[in-house]
Design a protein around this ligand. Structure first.
Ligand SMILES: Cc1cc2nc3c(=O)[nH]c(=O)nc-3n(C[C@H](O)[C@H](O)[C@H](O)COP(=O)(O)OP(=O)(O)OC[C@H]3O[C@@H](n4cnc5c(N)ncnc54)[C@H](O)[C@@H]3O)c2cc1C
Length: 462
């Protein structure tokens, strides 16, 4: 009988786990075949994901600035997993007693039940915008491809709105972008947003537009995880690039047209981007398994999940204790791609009654882009910055991008960006009306002026 190993989540952890399972099973089949025995077809690997593509999140900020084409940071899952089965849909439920998961198809809404013999949970985390009052209503997250695409379009849209706004206060509000969080994502997003806005503003010849990007961070220095020297360096580079920093401050409330900080000061802004607020994926809430104090799944050192037989948890959705520090391992792609293959080998060992091995990995370093030609980083304890850091950052991520196809496309995008003027086209998702009885025309699509006119409804002025 074929045993089914189901992997939930087609991100860094899930894809690397599924690829390793396929590789191990292929190797075994070759060995069995070489001995002249019947091929071992005892396992099936099923990868389940919301979309039919994998998102390379470390390059999402490049979509905002337009240095990379939107589809070049995503990779078709079927091309990444030729020896496995890919199922696309929303995971609705996980029943560890019946050993089955419910997958809702995106188009029909039908729910398919998929049973498993072993389950690897790699569903990542979600952004909880509700942690700050008003953020869920008025803020923008940066986690998905849609978020990056939306933010880019919104930034360009705000410039268009500002151009025709005659009230100076409203114009300033439209041109002010607040980024919350001074970790690596916040720094990269602020830098790329500033790049885009400055470049695009120069194309408005009839009016002078002065976009502002303000970065709010709760600590006294951005990127404090890289140490004081690089933290100070990054702070200086961001300031030189014209990014305003509000350090040692927290956002208390977000309204349609302003952001209030914990020192009672406020920033008038129509666009607030949140890069903080990681939270456990709600679909995992019902699983009766071990959790840490903050509600994250808490597997043991082999990634086995106590309380849920034949279930393993890896990547951002799991709180995995680092044996060297006794603290949870960082939620990074760097860890996720190492946890995936390790979990795959442990799953096969467990299914065959062999011992599983504990995971141990020390972070090699970190590289963060701080805008055009500048990056900072720490590689095996060696600090790098400036142009060298930037070249290392680009080379590293180019090499880590899955598939040769995507590496070539991104390399071409980056080269063209050095030679040609950057694209500042705002892509509207307006569609032709197709509902019978409705007046012919177009479906408007996205809000265009939230925050522009607070006295009007918060709904869109179209
Ligand atoms: C903007 C940004 C920049 C980053 N930069 C870096 C960096 O430079 N270096 C670094 O090491 N890390 C970086 N990270 C962190 C890194 O991307 C994550 O740590 C990594 O993606 C974790 O991998 P994962 O597989 O656990 O989760 P993900 O990669 O998030 O994968 C989870 C998968 O589960 C799927 N999923 C979730 N819920 C459902 C559902 N209900 N049904 C079906 N499918 C579902 C999602 O679609 C997704 O494909 C960055 C993150 C962001 C957001």
């Amino acid at each position: 009988m074929t045993r089914r190993i189901v992997v939930l989540g087609g991100g860094f952890a899930g894809v690397s786990a599924a690829q390793e399972l396929v590789k191990q099973l292929r190797r075994r089949r070759r060995l069995v075949g070489a001995r002249g025995a019947k091929a071992d077809e005892a396992y099936e690997v099923v990868l389940l994901n919301r979309d039919n593509y994998f998102v390379f999140q470390p390059l999402l900020a490049d979509i905002i600035s337009g240095t990379i084409e939107t589809t070049h940071v995503v990779v078709p899952l079927r091309r990444m997993l030729p020896g496995g089965t890919v199922e696309v849909g929303y995971l609705d439920s996980v029943d560890v007693t019946r050993r089955e998961v419910g997958l809702r198809r995106r188009w029909s809404g039908d729910v398919a039940t998929i049973s498993y013999d072993a389950l690897i949970i790699a569903l990542g985390s979600v952004t909880d915008l509700a942690a700050v009052p008003g953020m869920a209503e008025h803020g923008v997250g940066v986690r998905t491809l849609g978020d990056a695409f939306y933010l880019r379009n919104r930034a360009l849209d705000m410039l268009e709105e500002a151009r025709i706004e005659t009230d100076p206060a409203r114009r300033e509000r439209l041109l002010t972008f607040v980024v919350v969080g001074g970790g690596s994502t916040g720094v990269e997003v602020a830098a790329e947003l500033k790049d885009l806005l400055e470049l695009a503003a120069r194309s408005f010849r009839d009016v002078e537009l002065r976009p502002r990007v303000v970065l709010v961070h709760s600590r006294p220095m951005v990127l404090s995880e890289l140490g004081p020297r690089l933290g100070r360096y990054t702070t200086r580079k961001l300031r030189n690039a014209g990014i305003e920093l509000r350090l040692g401050r927290r956002v208390r409330r977000v309204e349609v047209d302003r952001v209030e900080l914990d020192d009672h000061s406020s920033i008038n802004s129509a666009t607030v981007v949140s890069t903080v607020g990681n939270a456990p994926n709600p679909v995992l809430a019902g699983i009766p398994a071990a959790r840490d104090g903050r509600g994250w799944l808490a597997p043991d050192a082999t990634f086995s999940l106590p309380g849920a037989p034949d279930v393993w948890a890896i990547g951002d959705c799991a709180s995995i204790i680092d044996p060297n520090t006794d603290r949870p391992m960082p939620a990074t792609a760097q860890h996720a791609v190492r946890e995936g293959p390790h979990a795959a080998r442990n799953v096969l060992a467990a299914l065959e009654g062999q011992a599983q091995t504990p995971f141990d990995y020390r972070q090699l370093g970190m590289l963060v882009s701080v805008g055009r030609f500048k990056a900072v980083g720490d590689i095996l304890g060696i600090k790098v910055s400036g142009l060298l850091g930037w070249l290392l950052w680009r080379s590293y991520y180019l090499l880590r991008l899955p598939t040769l196809d995507r590496r070539i496309r991104v390399a071409i995008d980056w080269t063209l960006d050095l030679l040609l003027a950057r694209d500042i086209v705002e892509i509207s998702v307006r569609r032709t009306r197709s509902t019978p009885g409705e007046a012919p025309g177009e479906i408007p699509g996205e809000p265009v002026s939230i925050g522009a006119r607070p006295e009007a409804s918060d709904e869109l002025t179209l």
